[in-house]
Write a protein that binds this ligand. Structure first.
Ligand SMILES: Cc1ncc(COP(=O)(O)O)c(C=O)c1O
Length: 396
């Protein structure tokens, strides 16, 4: 291994949300942070070098993506996911969440319905509501510790009054999270095909959030929504980003691939002249996509080791189950067997075990009794956290 991911860095007082915001969010600053999706691993050297080189150039003017970045994105999508795109389809935004906001505003009018699949990444809720739209839940089904899409439920939502949520308000779009945060599913080609066909039959635009597409376990293969067929491609807005894969979320950049000319023009006009990413973000993006695959390979291997460690511990925990992830480093843990209300469970983990996890209920009502754990931390620290949870559970 070239990188030492066991090393514990002091990130406190660096303006780091994960460590410095704990006091505000959890009421304590001495917890082991296993919450927000940010890895406690140092970034790949080529990213740092590229930023330093760019910083040395004495001009920090208005910036746009260089041709070489567009080329790096096109090459990566083709090599990794067999998706051949036209560089013209790429729109840059300062993150996926801003992109979801623009996408919804460009597709829907206030009052229209936007489908999500709960439990789902919690910022999807305000993103929909802040656009004046309504959240429509096509809840995932939990069958034998495995989450599945409720296709019949999706069809019936769209068929009820011909896809209307009231007499006059239609359902316009679906945020399709693949790989899915927090349940860790990497949707199969068959599942994606079914969703996409239902969408085409019902004039439903798919916003495919593929931010976690390169964090995969075992032989799971990510299929990008748009690669299924030219019709799917034309009916989708696909969000990709280097931020999760290469751990640079603080740089705020993502690339949104919109093959359909009309959808792209409408998306761009919904951006309302709001800021584009800054020059260091573009620089880091290109370095990440071109030169950091050895780092990524090591991170994936390390995460796999962390997952195995967690699985061993959860096997020992009484009344706690793990939803085995196919992708993402965010693990969905089922504490319902403890029969505790949310406040008691929170207090057990926070006050007794000294760890900060994300409470399941923020991902939707079906998340009650679950917790989301971020395992992208140095293994020695993860081990301490798991020992502490073990101790707290045994003390019950
Ligand atoms: C599914 C998903 N979408 C979007 C985001 C946030 O993306 P960004 O920081 O680019 O806005 C996250 C962050 O964890 C995520 O898990």
């Amino acid at each position: 291994m070239k990188y030492d991911f066991d090393k514990i860095y002091d990130r406190k007082n660096t303006g780091c949300l994960k460590w410095d915001e704990m006091k505000h969010i959890f009421g304590k600053d001495d917890l082991i942070p296993l919450w927000i999706a940010d890895m406690d691993f140092p970034i790949a050297e080529p990213i740092k070098e590229a930023i330093k080189n760019r910083a040395d150039h004495p001009f920090y003017g208005y910036t746009q993506a260089k041709e070489s970045l567009l080329e790096a994105i096109c090459n990566r999508l083709e090599n990794k996911f067999n998706w051949k795109i036209d560089p013209e389809w790429i729109v840059f935004t300062p993150g996926v969440i801003p992109a979801l906001n623009y996408a919804i505003r460009s597709i829907a009018y206030p009052g229209d319905g936007i489908i999500l699949q709960e439990p789902c990444y919690h910022p999807f809720f305000p993103t929909i509501k802040n656009s004046g739209c309504q959240v429509v839940n096509n809840q995932l089904k939990l069958i034998n510790c495995h989450y599945e899409i409720d296709f019949d439920g999706l069809k019936s939502l769209l068929k009820s009054e011909s896809g209307r949520i009231s007499h006059y308000k239609p359902i316009k779009s679906m945020i399709f999270c693949n790989p899915h945060n927090p349940v860790g599913r990497v949707w199969t080609k068959e599942e994606i095909t079914k969703v996409g066909e239902i969408a085409l039959e019902n004039d439903l635009k798919i916003i495919s959030d593929e931010i976690h597409s390169e964090i995969l376990f075992n032989n799971n293969k990510h299929t990008s929504f748009a690669t299924i067929s030219p019709e799917f491609e034309q009916n989708s807005i696909v969000c990709i980003s280097p931020s999760k894969t290469f751990n640079i979320p603080g740089l705020n950049i993502s690339s949104i691939i919109i093959p359909n000319d009309k959808l792209r023009k409408e998306f761009i006009s919904a951006q309302l002249g709001l800021p584009s990413p800054n020059l260091f973000a573009y620089t880091a993006f290109e370095a990440a996509f071109r030169y950091c695959d050895d780092w990524l390979e090591e991170v994936l291997e390390y995460l796999h080791g962390n997952l195995n460690l967690l699985i061993d511990y959860v096997d020992k925990f009484e009344n706690v189950a793990l939803i085995k992830p196919e992708g993402t480093y965010l693990i969905w843990l089922d504490f319902r067997g403890l029969n505790m209300d949310g406040a008691t469970l929170n207090s057990l983990l926070k006050d007794n075990a000294g760890v900060a996890l994300e409470e399941g209920s923020i991902f939707g009502e079906s998340g009650n009794g679950f917790m989301r754990m971020n395992i992208a931390i140095p293994r020695p620290l993860l081990k301490i956290a798991l020992e502490k949870i073990d101790f707290a559970l045994k003390s019950l």
